[in-house]
Write a protein that binds this ligand. Structure first.
Ligand code: UPG
Ligand code: MN
Length: 716
């Protein structure tokens, strides 16, 4: 399709977009698939009424219950499929023209100020050296130095982090001119030096300097304490008095580089660098990352008050120095851009193994779906790599009052519930959602070269804990008065509402997945088959629905530079999450509601053990310690193996008809192929990452109990 120019006036365009060619076939397919779903429910209901009308000992209550479970599971799948269609109706792709922007800005001389917020929360899970690298990479942006300010929020309240930043401030005076003179593309020193750019003597010299800083920081990390001689009155290291801990301490704000006075080693201007550790007290909630971001919003308003804010997780370093210009192609658009709240760049991760064992790339979440939302009212906010218009944090696009005055008043922010929204552990999703409900638009900017690269957990337990936290956060929104299914559709229209609904109901995947991993195979073992026979018309419908959904998912994946093996891992992780994170997250959420407690934000671990990362490189699953997540996985592997074996035995030894067994044996076989790493982990591996005996034994016992329960209920 021909690109659509979005700037209508005569000045050269700053950006364009085109609608993906796949939109039309996707819409047609959606129509066919919906008809098939309607037919499915019609046939299912006929079957149900048949069962009820012929209620007798063979068609007793358990059979009806099983059939109802099947219908319910199909309903959840159909619902999630229907909501996901919002992403497929109008996917678009954008392009920016930063050169045109530079010409425009050079003429006017008005580069807007940029405040960068970087959040960190725990020096041991988030090594300060990596936070420092993130900060250095953005301080070195290809942008007027005096317009950039970097604010670091330390929720860990750690002297070690402040110390690392004091060192970073010193190093920045050398690093920034070095990047500029050499026109580097990689401006995180760690990334630059680990990619072996070492040939010239300048490189050598800079590397030595970087290594020295690194050693110094790592030494104090190992000691867990800053050496006495470093604790001078300068830079606030002496503010850590006895009794100071990360849950209870006064505010610390340290200006480590002051752009109005400080200069780099060649006398050039340098960005502001500010360390902030907000006040904490055990008695008042601090609202995790959203709280931290709101503190930075207020602190920066009093210091620099830039109209554009970039926020970054501590591990998301810049991989392209021209990123602010790309974002400004949208944000500085003279006429149309005003209701634009944010420009979201996708999350890209480094260090993912060849087949992406744990589906860490989140291709659907990070790349495919955002293109779809971008073609509607704009993509959701994902917490990092996002350029905000500051104004958007202070009310709807149509509200008139001057944000600059009143934003200084913290009470005012709380009163209007504005800024980064509280009340969900996925503050990013919730904030973007609320902004879009107010009428704000957003843009998804996905340049060829990833703008940011971040860290991702490479240990199965960490991966699942992270999505369990997301599941809880999403349910907090689903079961609030702002549920996207009602409030969202009302505020944004059907398609945007459905897109947000799809995420809100993400944990609901666990329902069909759990039913098919446990209930149907256990019923089958006990002689009750819930799936249609091969001769039943329902069978052909299931085949179409299954292949249709899987094939379209695969196509989306391949069209976004994925490989078939990566897609396979991704669908496996979808099953695994269904049985673990979503299930546990839903239980946690329900308990939280019942006992009125609140759940914490368990920060994702970014420090990795060597041996573990070797196993990850080789693509082996990490089961090596006792985690409750591994129990349902192992149980599903055992139950489906049992069902499959029982099916084979029946076909061989009993006059059982294959056509009656086929679907269940296929489903169990499919689960087993997905469970291969689990069988390996139980029986075939000998390294530290294998399944623990405790997990295996408790899973076997629990399967025994489950079998006994279903035996009693189904055979009676
Ligand atoms: O009390 C807290 C907890 C976390 N963080 C910071 O929040 C960021 C994200 O935390 P992380 O543990 O890395 O969570 P992830 O699940 O990996 O992060 C994803 O999910 C989060 C919640 O949806 C989003 O905020 C993130 O941007 C998104 O990358 C990190 O920089 C943390 O330092 C804080 O500042 N204060
Ligand atoms: Mn993270």
């Amino acid at each position: 399709m021909a690109p659509t120019q979005s700037s209508s006036n005569s000045s050269p365009p700053l950006h364009t977009f085109y609608v993906h060619g796949r939109a039309v076939p996707y819409r047609l397919f959606a129509a066919v698939y919906s008809s098939a779903l309607l037919l499915l429910f019609y046939l299912q209901l006929c079957k149900l009424s048949n069962l009820v009308n012929n209620y007798n000992s063979a068609n007793s209550f358990p059979a009806i219950f099983l059939h109802l479970s099947m219908i319910f599971s199909d309903f959840v799948l159909a619902f999630l499929w229907a909501t996901s269609q919002a992403f497929r109706m109008r996917p678009i792709r954008r392009q920016t023209f930063p050169d045109n922007l530079v010409k425009m800005l050079d003429k006017s001389g008005e580069y807007p100020r940029l405040d960068v917020f970087i959040c960190t929360a725990d020096p041991y899970k988030e090594p300060p050296l990596s936070v420092v690298n993130t900060a250095l990479s953005v301080m070195a942006y290809e942008y007027p130095m005096d317009k950039i300010s970097v604010y670091v929020s330390d929720d860990g309240g750690s002297k070690l982090t402040l110390f690392a930043f004091i060192e970073a401030a010193r190093f920045a005076r050398h690093w920034l001119p070095f990047c500029r003179e050499k026109r580097l593309v990689e401006r995180s020193p760690e990334a630059y030096f680990s990619n072996n750019h070492c040939c010239s003597s300048d490189d050598e010299e800079m590397k030595t300097m970087y290594e020295a800083m690194k050693r110094k920081v790592e030494t104090i990390m190992k000691r867990g304490e800053v050496n006495k001689e470093y604790v001078t009155d300068q830079h606030g290291l002496n503010k850590w008095r006895p009794g100071f801990n990360h849950q209870d301490h006064p505010t610390i704000i340290e200006v480590l580089l002051d752009g109005s006075e400080d200069r780099d080693i060649v006398g050039h201007k340098i960005p502001n660098l500010v360390y902030v550790s907000r006040e904490k007290s055990k008695t008042s909630p601090h609202h995790f990352k959203a709280g931290a971001l709101n503190v930075l919003t207020r602190v920066s308003a009093t210091m620099t008050n830039a109209p554009v804010i970039l926020n970054l997780d501590c591990d998301m370093y810049s991989n392209d120095p021209t990123t602010p210009l790309q974002a400004l192609c949208f944000l500085s658009e003279p006429v149309k851009g005003l209701e634009l709240a944010y420009v979201q760049f996708p999350q890209h991760f480094y260090g993912i193994n060849e087949n992406d064992t744990y589906g860490n790339e989140f291709k659907r979440l990070c790349r495919v779906n955002p293109m779809g939302m971008d073609g509607l009212q704009g993509t959701s906010y994902v917490g990092t790599g996002c350029f905000f218009r500051r104004r958007a944090l202070f009310g709807s696009p149509s509200s008139q009052w001057a944000a600059e005055r009143r934003e200084l008043d913290p009470e005012f922010q709380i009163m209007l519930l504005i800024g980064f929204r509280y009340g969900s552990l996925v503050e990013d999703y919730y904030t973007g959602y609320k902004l879009q409900c107010e009428g704000w638009k957003s843009v998804f900017c996905d340049p060829e070269r990833p703008a940011f690269l971040g860290d991702t957990p490479i240990n199965l337990h960490d991966v699942l804990s992270q999505s369990r936290r997301w599941a809880i956060g999403l349910l907090e929104v689903t079961f609030s008065k702002y549920c996207p299914l009602t409030y969202g559709i009302k505020s944004m229209g059907i398609l945007m509402g459905l897109a947000y609904t799809h995420y809100a109901f993400w944990p609901f995947w666990s329902i069909p997945i759990t039913i098919h991993a446990f209930l149907t195979p256990l019923a089958f073992i006990n002689g009750v088959s819930t799936f249609p026979k091969v001769t039943d018309p329902l069978f052909y419908l299931y085949v179409f629905l299954f292949i249709g959904a899987y094939a379209q998912d695969l196509i989306d994946f391949l069209l976004t530079n994925g490989t078939t093996m990566q897609w396979w891992s991704d669908q496996r992780m979808w099953l695994i999450r269904g049985l673990t994170s979503h299930l546990f997250g839903s239980i946690d959420f329900s308990l939280q509601k019942l006992v009125l407690s609140t759940l914490g934000f368990n920060v994702t671990n970014k420090a990795v053990e060597n041996e573990q990362s070797k196993r990850y490189e080789q693509g082996a699953f990490e089961f090596g310690f006792t985690s409750p997540f591994f129990v349902p996985l192992t149980m599903a592997a055992i139950v489906n193996l049992m069902a499959f074996v029982v099916g084979v035995l029946r076909v061989v030894f009993l006059p059982a008809k294959v056509e009656e067994m086929f679907v269940q044996m296929f489903v169990s076989g499919f689960v087993m192929v997905n469970c291969w790493p689990i069988y390996e982990g139980i029986a075939l591996r000998d390294d530290k990452g294998k399944m623990t005996t405790k997990t295996t034994v408790s899973s076997i016992l629990l399967v025994g109990i489950l079998y006994y329960v279903t035996y009693i209920t189904l055979r009676s």
